[in-house]
Design a protein around this ligand. Structure first.
Ligand SMILES: CC(C)(COP(=O)(O)OP(=O)(O)OC[C@H]1O[C@@H](n2cnc3c(N)ncnc32)[C@H](O)[C@@H]1OP(=O)(O)O)[C@@H](O)C(=O)NCCC(=O)NCCS
Length: 135
């Protein structure tokens, strides 16, 4: 099955909420409450959509500071399409989109079990970073 990728590609809130629930093992959030189209319009430099035929199989959001820093948020691939290189390609497309917009750094944070994905497959290098829970 061919996978197609599109920077700032079209999607519906329902599709992304369904993929998010599968990827992060959550409930399917309400399309009005989690309005991805509105979120990315207001906060993101871009996003990458991966499809197999009409089906959304991957998505990553790329928020930014408006200048030189961009972040990966919610990198997700549907369970049935994993370990085929789709996640790696989503990140590569996000990197290319951020670079084309003039960004100098792409940031990400993740759990230990994904070190081989982000460091090994995607090319990130380890750095000091901090995280503070606000709730
Ligand atoms: C993380 C995720 C996006 C990876 O997508 P993917 O399409 O399966 O990744 P790729 O096929 O490009 O993986 C490339 C390599 O990364 C590593 N890798 C990928 N997923 C991994 C995992 N879950 N655990 C350990 N290593 C992993 C492997 O080395 C893999 O190569 P291999 O298949 O030859 O062993 C996907 O597992 C996912 O959606 N997970 C749930 C959501 C999530 O946790 N997102 C990350 C938030 S920070």
């Amino acid at each position: 099955m061919t996978t197609t990728y599109e920077w700032r590609g079209a999607f519906t809130n329902r599709e992304v909420n369904t993929l998010h629930a599968e990827a992060f093992d959550t409930m399917v959030f309400d399309d009005q409450e989690w309005n991805w189209a509105d979120l990315v319009r207001r906060h993101s430099l871009g996003w990458v959509v991966a499809r197999q035929g009409p089906d959304l199989v991957g998505f990553v959001n790329v928020p930014w500071d408006g200048l030189v820093h961009a972040w990966l948020q919610d990198t997700m691939v549907s369970v049935s399409a994993r370990r085929m290189g789709i996640g790696t390609e989503l990140v590569a497309r996000a990197r290319d989109g951020a670079k084309a917009a003039g960004c100098e750094f792409l940031h990400v944070d993740f759990d230990d079990h994904l070190r081989s994905f982000y460091f090994g497959a995607c090319g990130f290098v380890p750095t000091n970073a901090g995280l503070m829970a606000l709730s």
